[in-house]
Design a protein around this ligand. Structure first.
Ligand code: TYD
Ligand code: MG
Length: 452
């Protein structure tokens, strides 16, 4: 049977369809399907001869180095997110919205590494060398030996980075500008992006250079998003943040060489990104502790505690169907808490609009925030402020029971460090820190919490 000449690829998730459709069945996005040439893809180039492989036993490899060889940037928030620095011979994808600060972060990292004597090549496909230099100047990095190149063709880039001494780190900004002679599709399509990334990964593996790939998160489907190459790289970091706020979070979503639940926190200033070593102080900075509906959640991000304020507003509705608006949290989890409050505590919110906001544009993913949210909701409804010197954490089950969460001791220690003198936490919590003067209120279940 003859192979089909073209295929239809979703630019958002990479799903291949046999014919064009308005909506991708893979990810549900609209208008993301583009016709591409399948033969232009990875591993299908001309002259590919099957090579013989060889398997080795694990014990034969036991003499190899135990730790992955890393390049520390000295920017501790970045090193924390990557699990201790960039790994030689590996590829890292840094994704994020356009304009969030990816190029800024990487130029700062490049400058720091260059000062440490590393050979860094920064390949920009989006800006001319002069523009990149201007940014470097603004960041105080113009006096470093970082090598700049403005290229988009994969073969040209490979020729550039192969020239001279081997680089320690190569930055490709961005994968969406890559295009290869071997692929026929337009630049920015899934085929081109994958072919380019594959070539960069091969270069990293062959030379032992660390490869950093920048990928813009794209809203419309004409350009492939970073998700289509996530499976190919060794680590995936997303740079997040709200345009309205100055701070940025570098979040690890995949890491073959380290933990995936770490975050790095930065603040965007006029001189580039500044590290934020104590994020709790940042998120609690503008707190108005006396107003009803606000509760401080003692959360964890990987190994690091993060205290953040959750704010609820419960108001009588004028609509037939009351509004539920959530920023920074999971809206189905809010629906669950409202249902539990109604079923087990008699708190009826069917005639109320509910707005929930996590301060500073931060996003909470932990179920441990349940208790802080429930407290904020009840506080707003009752119009009574919660104790300002308390933190809240604990997961709420559908039965209304408050369940213990991990790392109780770290959460409480951080709260004490920041001047909180009490906490409401699950009654069954283990590992409470000893010798502390704080007041701990052990909560059994949700009715217990509401009655206090
Ligand atoms: P940039 O790194 O170009 O974003 P990305 O590469 O993710 O598209 O950052 C762009 C934004 O950052 C831009 O709106 C200006 C701002 N910025 C500062 O606030 N301070 C600075 O020192 C720099 C270099 C940029
Ligand atoms: Mg950029």
């Amino acid at each position: 049977m003859a192979k089909p000449k073209t295929q239809f690829v979703c630019q958002n998730c990479g799903t291949v369809h046999s014919r064009w459709a308005g909506k991708c069945e893979g990810c549900g996005e609209w208008n993301t399907i583009v016709e591409e040439d399948p033969m232009g893809g990875i591993g299908s180039g001309p002259g590919k001869v099957p090579k013989k492989g060889r398997a080795v036993t694990l014990t034969a490899l036991s003499g190899e180095t135990e730790e992955a060889p890393r390049i520390h940037t000295g920017i501790s928030e970045l090193d924390r997110a990557t699990g201790g620095g960039f790994v030689r011979g590996s590829a890292v994808l840094i994704g994020g919205d356009p304009g969030i600060g990816k190029s800024t972060l990487l130029m700062q990292a490049a400058a720091a590494l260059s000062r440490g004597g590393h050979r860094i090549i920064y390949v920009s496909g989006e800006e001319a060398v002069a523009q990149v230099r201007l940014r470097a100047q603004r960041l105080g990095a113009a006096d470093t030996e970082v090598l700049l190149a403005a290229e988009t063709n994969v073969e040209d880039i490979l020729a550039t980075v192969s020239e001279g001494k081997r680089p320690d780190l190569v930055i490709i900004d961005s994968i969406q500008t890559l295009w290869s002679d071997t692929a026929d599709s337009a630049p920015g399509t899934v085929t081109q992006v994958r072919t380019g990334v594959q070539a960069m990964i091969r270069f990293a593996k062959q030379t032992g250079a660390a490869m950093v790939l920048v990928g813009h998160v794209t809203k419309d489907g004409q350009i492939a998003g970073p998700r289509v190459v996530e499976h190919m790289v060794d680590a995936v970091l997303y740079f997040e943040g709200d345009r309205g706020h100055h701070y940025r979070i570098l979040r690890t979503v995949k890491n073959r060489f380290g933990p995936t639940d770490e975050i790095g926190v930065f603040e965007m200033s006029d001189k580039g990104l500044r590290e934020v070593t104590n994020p709790s102080e940042l998120f609690l900075g503008e707190r108005n502790a006396k107003s009803p509906g606000a509760a401080v959640f003692a959360g964890m991000e990987g190994t690091r505690p993060v205290l953040v304020e959750v704010q609820a507003l419960v108001a009588a509705t004028s609509l037939g169907t009351p509004r539920r608006a959530v920023v920074g949290w999971d809206s189905s989890r809010l629906a669950m808490i409202l249902a539990v409050l109604e079923a087990h505590c008699g708190v009826r919110l069917g005639q109320h609009d509910v707005y929930l906001n996590v301060a500073g544009g931060y996003r909470i993913s932990e179920p441990a925030a349940d208790m802080a949210i429930a407290s904020a909701l009840v506080s707003s409804l009752a119009g009574i402020a919660l104790p300002a010197d308390h933190v809240f954490f604990g997961e709420i089950s559908l039965s209304g029971a408050v369940r213990p969460v991990s790392q109780t001791a770290q959460r409480l220690k951080e709260a004490e460090k920041l001047g909180f003198s009490g906490a409401m936490l699950p009654a069954t919590s283990a590992e409470l820190p000893k010798g502390s003067s704080a007041r701990w209120t052990m909560i059994e279940d949700l009715p217990d919490l509401v009655s206090r």
